[in-house]
Design a protein around this ligand. Sequence first.
Ligand code: UDP
Ligand code: MG
Length: 309
Amino acid sequence: MNNLSLSVAVPFYNEEQNVEEFYRRVSVVLKDLGKSYEIVAVDDGSRDTTLAKLESIHERDKNVRVVSLSRNFGHEAAVTAALDNTSGETVVLMDGDLQDAPEFIPNLLAKLNEGYDVVLATHDKRRDPLLRMFLFRSFYLLMDRLASYKMPANVGAFSVMRRPVVDILVSLSERNRYVAGLRAWVGFRQTELVYEKQERFAGKPPQTFRKLLAMGFDALFSFSYVPLRAATIFGLLISLGAIAGILDVFYQKFISHTAILGWSGPMLSILIVGGGQLIILGIIGEYIGRIYDEVKHRPYYVVSQKIGF
Ligand code: UDP
Ligand code: MG
């Protein structure tokens, strides 16, 4: 049993230019709240001085605790590691690049106190390059159509949650994690509050296209069976076409006597069916690969060092 009131969980990967400023702005806000708090900072295997900077902050301020991962495990893993190590009754989850303004935390907490268990900060416009924005739009649209239950769009990490929600969230053992999806899955009383997503304070987003794409696939295949069903339907349609084709062949051979010798027909159908089968195999492979990941039961991240716990 503890009576720590508030935890801020935050992942950092190569954010050496942002940690000090993040710490400064968050601290001002948290001190103003006048409650006990901790900042649980995860260093996701940064290659710059992020970890050293976090350690030096911990030296000055014991409210800051540092979890250092053994290598770069990616945003979702870092977020999970941060949540795993929080102990506050209320947990704020946010990114460390100051795109999520610390000054907005009190608004989220006020909303939470209106009787909610989760408050998500949703941004109406992403301040991102056009292509990135287009991809995000398409992703949320696809998720909205395909996910097996309603998933909020335009949310990132930024949110506040009560302890029971966090406990359930960290107890979910799946390896292919899409935290925003899992957070929605948990349920309880959830609501949204619109905020203006800021520019990053400094540096480039370490979340590369490749990482975002991998996350997108994780999200889609973990929360939707529609691709599998689409494969079945696609297969059924082709089979129906094939039956129609066979009937036509019999008709031409025995009734109209107009059967033409040729190879383009068979060739085309082989290509179409072959291509279709490969697509379907690929889709099944996406799921099997994920099942394999789950079965191996490797930990989702590895901690090399914990400071201040
Ligand atoms: N991050 C992380 N591990 C990674 C990539 C990113 O911990 O492999 C952190 C990063 O330091 C930042 C947050 O996750 O605090 C969000 O990353 P980013 O700004 O790249 O994401 P975006 O704002 O584009 O969603
Ligand atoms: Mg960012």
